[in-house]
Design a protein around this ligand. Structure first.
Ligand SMILES: O=S(=O)(O)c1ccc(O)c(O)c1
Ligand SMILES: [Fe+2]
Length: 350
């Protein structure tokens, strides 16, 4: 690459295609408590309480539930030219879209990145009221901001190299002693990640995560789902992650799109931030308390669209899959590395 990469600040918004806008609005607004910035018959533009840009999530009515864009904010309008040149040199599909193509967003550059994901780079965006201290409208499950994207991609080292080319750094990863890389967490903003690369068939969206300030907000969302008899939308957690140290919950929206609610990871902003590598057989890597990872969390994810709204084909992972080495009769994981006397604890039970 001769051209410099665009200066990405952070993950900024996503657009999900949903089959029933009303049902999805109930999930994202009535249960998760996101704020509606604007809505019409086609789409709802949502933001979390600390956010002052127009939206961080769009849910848009469509026949095929899928991800239609993951957007990163760049440091200035000038970075759009940089992004356009960078991706043209990569030889991928690149499109310049005028201001207002997406309500509330200025001029942008859209690409299908080398991993097959629909990605947008933008700077200018409409400012709206920031509800940081509007405690009169915060619910008990108040979400503060969008925190990260997690994507399924078959070749994690190749994806890591691509994102390193964009100036992202690795905070943590999951590996085995043969050198297979199962997942990596990468950041531009000084937290654990803006994007996580999860080995698996891809391009697929694994989840979008919103942060809360307090664990009790996550617990309230669980209680709320129970109260409306929608506990089946709780997929995994609440729990404490090993990787990232965050307290977490995964819920599935009416179309099965996965949303993580996440709090309490850590600062990564110094140049010498140490990378944490986890052994794939460490049973506390994904859940610090050793709770099992449900198989659907490894196998299910959302399809993604190209820039014309067509489903991207999915490529299977060829390297060993994490689920195969840590779940069920063939899989195994340990709690204490020297615990040979009692052998390996069977990994996540299925
Ligand atoms: O399950 S992991 O502890 O690996 C994990 C860590 C951080 C995340 O954001 C996540 O989705 C999953
Ligand atoms: Fe996550």
């Amino acid at each position: 690459m001769t051209t410099t990469p665009p200066d990405v600040i952070r993950c900024a918004y996503a657009e999900l295609i949903v089959s029933d806008l009303k049902a999805s609005r109930e999930f994202y607004v009535d249960i998760l408590g996101l704020v509606v910035t604007y809505e019409d018959d086609e789409a709802v533009y949502l933001r979390a309480f600390e956010e002052y840009l127009h939206h961080s999530l769009i849910i848009r009515k469509g026949a095929e539930p899928a991800l239609s864009v993951l957007a990163y904010r760049v440091r200035s309008e000038a970075e759009l030219d940089v992004a356009e040149a960078y991706y043209r040199e990569l030889g991928v599909q690149v499109r310049r879209v005028p201001k207002g193509t997406t309500r509330g967003i200025g001029e942008a550059v859209r690409v299908v990145d080398p991993l097959g994901f629909p990605i947008e780079f933008f700077y200018e965006a409409e400012h709206v009221e920031r509800f940081t201290q509007r405690y009169d409208v915060h619910g008990p499950g108040a979400l503060s901001r969008l925190d990260h994207f997690n994507v399924n991609t078959p070749d994690v080292p190749a994806a890591r190299k691509y994102y390193e080319g964009l100036g992202f750094r690795v905070s943590e990863d999951i590996v085995d002693d043969e050198g297979t890389v199962y997942a990596a967490w990468m950041f531009r903003k000084p937290t654990v990640h803006d994007v996580a690369l999860t080995g698996g068939a891809g391009p697929r969206l694994h989840h979008i995560a919103f942060a809360t300030h307090e664990r009790h907000q996550i617990l309230h969302i669980c209680d709320h789902l129970g109260a409306v008899r929608k506990s089946d939308q709780i997929e995994r957690g609440p729990g404490r992650h090993g990787v990232s140290n965050a307290f977490y919950l995964y819920v599935r929206d009416p179309d099965g799109h996965r949303i993580e609610i996440y709090t309490h990871d850590y600062y990564t902003g110094d140049p010498d931030n140490p990378v944490i590598s986890w052994d794939v057989h460490d049973n506390q890597r994904r859940d610090w308390w050793g709770n099992p990872v449900v198989p659907s969390w490894y196998t299910e994810a959302s399809r993604v669209l190209d820039l014309d709204g067509k489903l991207q084909p999915v490529e299977e992972r060829t390297e060993t899959k994490e689920m195969d080495v840590t779940i069920g009769a063939d899989g195994f994981s340990y709690t204490r590395t020297d615990d040979t006397a009692r052998g390996f604890k069977l990994g996540e039970q299925v």
